[in-house]
Design a protein around this ligand. Structure first.
Ligand code: NI
Length: 227
């Protein structure tokens, strides 16, 4: 009955590291792990309950890549990039300073932290892209985004600074993307958490990640009737 529940000590070090990062980032999963009483839980399926909790955290769902997109599909992802900062600006217009300091969910990041996180994420993604284009399957490191969000700039710097940064960064990123051919999109990054991924998948993740966090903000605005 419990055969598919793996003892945590038995996991591969890479997977264990992934779980550790997940645990430090996602408190609800910590609660699920704490409740992991092997006598009571029917199976690992109980982790499925996370999905029900996560409407607020994953308003557009989890990332589901298209592993081998056609050039039209790839272009449709590229075409979404200019809209990201337009939507972000539009979404944040008219929010008060108090509203910007509101967590998008219980114990979640504030809107301001989410916006600064987008800038930090996209800077990292941009640099990873350029490394994959110029090096042979470079190993890229994940970073402790939970701790980055506690650094002083997330509290002190106005969101406008990160919106401007994202606008500048996306225009440079688009230029890089538009200069890439199909073979370039098949180049790979080696990552700690996701294994080897192609730049096609990294591109899709980039777009998803921005839409994911903007949707967290718009869903908070809608729930609170702020718009
Ligand atoms: Ni994120």
């Amino acid at each position: 009955m419990h055969e598919d529940v793996v003892r945590i000590e038995e996991l591969e070090p890479e997977i264990l590291q992934g779980i550790h990062l997940t645990l430090t980032r996602v408190p609800d999963i910590v609660e699920v792990y704490k409740s992991l009483n092997r006598e009571e839980l029917p199976s690992r399926v109980s982790f499925g309950k996370i999905g029900e909790l996560d409407q607020t955290r994953f308003p557009i769902g989890k990332f589901e890549p298209i592993p081998l997109p056609s050039s039209e599909e790839r272009q449709s992802f590229i075409n979404q990039i200019p809209d990201i900062t337009i939507t972000l600006r539009h979404t944040l217009t008219n929010l008060t300073l108090d509203q910007l300091q509101t967590p998008y969910r219980h114990e979640g990041w504030t809107i301001q932290q989410v916006v600064h996180h987008l800038a930090d994420n996209d800077m990292n993604a941009y640099l990873r892209f350029k490394r994959a284009l110029t090096e042979d399957e470079p190993l890229v490191h994940s970073y402790r985004e939970d701790l980055w969000a506690e650094l002083n700039d997330y509290k002190d710097v106005p969101i406008e600074t990160s919106i401007l940064l994202l606008e500048s960064l996306h225009s440079r990123f688009l230029s890089v993307l538009n200069g890439m051919n199909s073979d370039d999109y098949h180049r790979k990054l080696r990552t700690q958490l996701l294994g080897n991924i192609t730049l096609d998948i990294a591109l899709q993740r980039f777009v998803w990640h921005n839409r994911h966090h903007i949707a967290q903000i718009t869903s908070l605005i809608r729930r609170n009737g702020w718009s």
